[in-house]
Structure formats: structure tokens, C-alpha cells
Design a protein around this ligand. Structure first.
Ligand code: CU
Length: 147
């Protein structure tokens, strides 16, 4: 009996070690860094990892900002108040938003592997940042943490 349990635990550890990570990001009305936030807002992951956005509070979604991702990378667009998962398929920086709260800079950053496209993301984020009315420095702060 004891031996069987040990074998089961050992197998479970091996399985976890061999598989890609599943990282959760909460969509929240209020977080440690203010109102209308993804938490954690900056995720460092690896290609093959899956990010799951969890509707901790209702009234949010998660969707990739078109153009703010590695070339040819997977896109995603979650429904309002719905969980959505994405498996990262290209190395680099991804910027995503909550559609109804873009004006409050409810955005987030994912880095898969190394931030190889950071210069392009910074240059192309101008249009997104122009839509922020509040928390105007959030995306720059997040991108700084992602380097
Ligand atoms: Cu939101």
C-alpha cells in the first residue's frame, strides 16, 4: 500500500516536470496595483506554456492587441466575464487588453522566452497608449519589467 502511494507521487512529479506550465492571470476590479488590473500584469513564461485568464471579477475580458505580438503568433479574444486560455507558440512579447477598460489602461504583458521583439512592441504601442485616459504610464512600467 505504502509503496503504491510512493510510486503514484513519483509519477505525478515526473508528469509535472515534463509538461509545460499553466499560468493563471486574474481579471480584477481592484488589485494590488490599482483599479481594473490583470494580476499578475507581467508574466514571464516559455514557449509552450499556457496562460489562462480567470474572471475573478465580472465585466472583463482578455484579448491580444492586434500587432502587439511576435510575428505569426497565436491570437486570442475572450468573451466578457469568460475564462480564456492561450498556448504561447512564438518567442517574444505579447500585449493584451481588456476591451471595455482600455481607457483605464487595463492591459497586460506576457514574455515567452526572451523579449526578442521588444523594440518593435515599444514602437508599435503608441496607438494603444494614446487610448489611455487613466494610468497612462502603466504599459511603459509593465514593458520595463518585461525586459
Ligand atoms: Cu476590464
Amino acid at each position: 500500500m505504502k509503496l503504491k502511494l510512493f510510486a503514484g507521487v513519483a509519477f505525478a512529479c515526473l508528469a509535472v516536470g515534463a509538461s509545460a506550465a499553466d499560468i493563471k492571470v486574474e481579471m480584477k476590479n481592484v488589485g494590488a496595483e490599482g483599479a481594473m488590473v490583470f494580476e499578475p500584469a507581467v508574466v514571464k513564461a516559455e514557449v509552450g506554456d499556457t496562460i489562462t485568464f480567470v474572471p475573478t471579477d465580472m465585466g472583463h475580458n482578455s484579448e491580444l492587441v492586434p500587432g502587439l505580438a511576435p510575428a505569426g503568433a497565436v491570437s486570442w479574444k475572450g468573451g466578457m466575464g469568460q475564462p480564456v486560455s492561450v498556448t504561447l507558440d512564438k518567442e517574444g512579447v505579447y500585449v493584451y487588453q481588456c476591451m471595455p477598460h482600455v481607457v483605464m489602461a487595463m492591459v497586460g504583458v506576457i514574455v515567452a522566452g526572451e523579449p526578442v521583439n521588444m523594440d518593435a512592441i515599444v514602437a508599435d504601442a503608441t496607438a494603444l497608449k494614446a487610448r489611455f485616459v487613466m494610468n497612462k504610464d502603466r504599459l511603459d512600467t509593465y514593458l520595463g519589467q518585461a525586459k
